[in-house]
Design a protein around this ligand. Sequence first.
Ligand code: COA
Length: 260
Amino acid sequence: MSYDTLLLARDGAVATITVNRPAKLNALDARTIDDLRRAMLELRHDETVRAVIVTGAGERAFVAGADISELAAATPVSGRGLALRGQHVFDLVEHLGKPTIAAINGVALGGGCELAMACTFRLAADTARLGQPEIDLGIIPGYGGTQRLPRLVGRDRAMDLVLTGRHVAAAEALAIGLVTRVVPAARLMDEARALADALAAKPPVALKLAMDAINGGLALPLADGCALEASLFALAIASDDMKEGTRAFLEKRKPVFTGR
Ligand code: COA
């Protein structure tokens, strides 16, 4: 499949999606959101892909947010549609069924921060800046930001970022739990690739079940979350990779996972 606004590259078991509108700091217009939707569906169904890196073209931006020229023309009805479409696409990212790594190579603002939060991991260049500056446009985050941000950093810090709209540098983003790791900018893609390779070598069924347990459980009371965990644990027990992983341990050799 081809995309107007994204580059999609596959190398072994790792796919890399690059949002490719550098002249607009990779802002997410309707076309880009739809390309992301189609790319996520393509990757979800591609069993050869076991980990996905998401990044932005150029040196300055991961993604500088939703496209403000489109927002400026929105009506309440079209604006609601815009938010629902973006939320749907970011749900696809979160529930891709394989790990996604946001390689945050520059500003991740508004929808850019929301896209990064929908990913499983956030690796930030030490030069990156993140934030939810929508308040200064007279709006609020609409692609899941008011919901995923407090789940990641807590209510008070989410209030701080959403109500002041301030940008945080990579070091502060790490300190508040908004990113997983900070690396020197020049090493970002190598580090993202190393993490993707490590994840691609894990048993994919167990990876998916672990992500389902963590993401699904966050929306549940503890007892219900533990019940979900037990069911998914039972499913993992049924996988060929579980038999291989335990047998390899007992035979003191490296496991060879087949993804079944
Ligand atoms: N939507 C549409 N266009 C955007 C954009 C966005 N979210 N963010 C940047 N751009 C465009 C600019 O309009 C400019 O285009 P032009 O050269 O055709 O005028 C180009 O990208 C470069 O941006 P510019 O603002 O000139 O760069 P800068 O280095 O001075 O500032 C930012 C960088 C990221 C601080 C600034 O672009 C910004 O604040 N962007 C908006 C962030 C935001 O509010 N996001 C949430 C949107 S809901």
